[in-house]
Design a protein around this ligand. Structure first.
Ligand code: UDP
Length: 317
């Protein structure tokens, strides 16, 4: 039997690498594309021995050339943490726009199914809570986060245009805050930031008063939801995330307890346009995909803390 081939852009990133692993586990051949701007070979080096795995270092905002048949194109390339997209605003806009265009072009040429990694950031600082897929969002296009939010909104529009105009078979997943092994130690996101600080015996940097909320999904659950969406027939966007919501201050307390280090909490200024609340409405994923997250926060965090403990002090940017 000929094995299905999948192309994963951003395959050396946090989510991309877990996705490559999972697709290989499903019996597919995987072509992993990454320019290693925020991705890392360390995330995929254990896959190099796998006969169905190929890595190509390429910038997907340029032309993407993949010889042979392709069944799936999964577009996961993008800087994804607030400090990354503040430092890499043009690359973020380019990969969301030009990169999405190229990845869709590849899917069209190959007759492949396309899946876009979109984000809860399309809802901006939401005025509807929790956020259902029908909500159009509250995004500041000219604020510092706009480079990511608008690139992903454009990417969704481009995906739907290829679907409607070219008949490409498309899927859009809106990914909410996800955590787990292989996040970068210094990517600035709250999970690696707090864990790194707690393990180093440093104060936890809570931005603002810490009353803003987030809902954290363990990576295995997130990937499971994405795979179910990939194999479903739903062409509208689908939220995949964990609806268990908490304040950032409560989250800091959980990390202190699990890391076993009662470090201080230090307040820092709240970043511009930091969303005040975030919680996915996952009714659609529950009913249409039969999916719901299963890993309790504390279990997922214990596994993540273990990863960072083992990775220190080697874990770089
Ligand atoms: N945050 C924080 N301290 C940090 C990093 C982040 O208090 O060291 C807050 C941040 O202001 C936001 C939340 O934690 O309200 C989640 O931030 P993250 O960067 O993980 O991603 P976001 O959900 O904002 O995209």
């Amino acid at each position: 039997m000929v094995r299905a081939r999948a192309v994963v852009t951003g395959g050396a990133g946090f989510l991309g690498s877990h996705l490559c692993e999972r697709l290989l586990g499903e019996g597919m051949e995987v072509i992993c594309l990454d320019n290693l701007l925020t991705g890392s070979l360390a995330n995929i080096e254990h896959l190099f021995g796998h006969e169905g795995f190929v890595f190509v270092k390429v910038d997907v905002t340029d032309f993407i050339h993949v010889p042979g048949p392709v069944r799936f194109v999964l577009h996961f390339a993008s800087p994804a943490s607030p400090i990354d997209y503040l430092e890499l605003p043009i690359q973020t806009l380019k990969v969301g726009s030009l990169g999405t265009h190229k990845a869709l072009g590849l899917a069209k040429a190959k007759g492949a199914r396309f899946l876009l990694a979109s984000t809860s950031e399309v809802y901006g600082d939401p005025l509807v809570h929790p956020q259902p897929e029908e909500y159009w969002g509250n995004v500041n296009p000219v604020g510092p986060r706009g480079v990511y939010d608008e690139a992903k909104r454009f990417a969704e529009a481009m995906t739907m245009a290829y679907h409607r105009y070219h008949g490409v078979d498309t899927r859009i997943v809106r990914i909410f805050n996800t955590y787990g092994p292989r996040m970068r130690a210094h990517d600035g996101r709250v999970v690696p930031a707090f864990i790194g600080q707690a393990l180093a015996g440093q104060p936890l940097t809570v931005f603002g008063d810490g009353q803003q909320t987030r809902s954290f999904c363990f990576v295995d659950d997130e990937i499971d939801g994405i795979i179910r969406l990939l194999f479903s027939e739903i062409t509208d966007p689908v939220n995949i995330g964990n609806p268990a919501e908490m304040t950032v201050l409560e989250f800091a307390q959980v990390i202190r307890r699990l890391a076993g280090n009662h470090v201080a909490i230090e307040h820092r200024p709240l970043p511009v346009d930091d969303p005040k609340v975030r919680q996915p409405d996952i009714s659609l994923a529950r009913t249409r995909l039969g999916w719901a997250p299963r890993v309790p926060l504390e279990d997922g965090l214990r596994r993540t803390i273990e990863y960072f403990r083992a990775a220190r002090p080697a874990a770089g940017r």
